[in-house]
Design a binder for this molecule. Sequence first.
Ligand SMILES: [Zn+2]
Length: 307
Amino acid sequence: MRLSTSYTILFASCCWAAQWAIDPLCNRQQITLAFQEALHLARNAIDTLDTYHGDTHVESMKRYIMGSGTNVNNARLSFEAILQFRQNPSAFSPYDDAWRNERTNHDVEIYCSSTRTQPHVNGMGWDRSLQRELDPTPYQEILNCHNLNIGHSDSAITTWSDYFDMLGHIRSGAAPGDMNDYMTARPRFAYAIDICAWYLRLRLNQQPLNQNKVVAVVWTGFNGEVPADSVQADELLTLGGTILHELCHTMLGGRRRDVAGDRSYGWQQVGQLRTPENADNIMWLAIAMKLFTLGYWIDDSGVLEVN
Ligand SMILES: [Zn+2]
């Protein structure tokens, strides 16, 4: 099914509560607070886009992140859909029969370990939760994600629960990113979000995007401590922001993609892409709107300015 078709079904549906279950090997409090921050960012984005429509700084940030036309309204569909997730996690773990009996592909399972996977034939992995094979590359990425001894750039990985006809896709000669015609939905299996070990450790005990964090980021700019390949705005990222990004990859969030590979992330890249099809653009729209409600805005070069 093409993504555009799934949008119609997805966003025409309304009003059920989607659920999220947390791997017992996660720090449950860390994940719960971050997921709730993701929901808050989505709620705040909708409210701010409504209330401050036409404000010079809101319009400037919208234009930088989303360009023109209906892109902001398109992004907003993901915020509205993501707000259908419940405020609190399921009492069950992803491994409990009670969870497995009621989960759907609108739900998500959040993992902080690779224990649900095991080696399978020909370098593939077996996912005990999704109950299907993982191709060698995604399998290795999940193993690396949860291995603190391996340097890598992923902070989190979302895996669709769909069955992917890899052989059919290869034989068709379709572009690597053009996989939708080779996906078959499996409504009884939730999507999986792996949050990587190094990133969980980096974010442990960090505050959400609030006044204190913004003040700290502003001072970071003064001290010249922003890494060379990023800008001051990038320092605003939180674990909740990352979860919002990942939720944009889920069935409910609209199955947005990372449209430009490694160049899909961060304030500078988002301003090049200016599309709601890229998950990070949607996340940055939410971060920008949150920053606005804290009394600041971000100029096109990624510097924080007082409102
Ligand atoms: Zn992504």
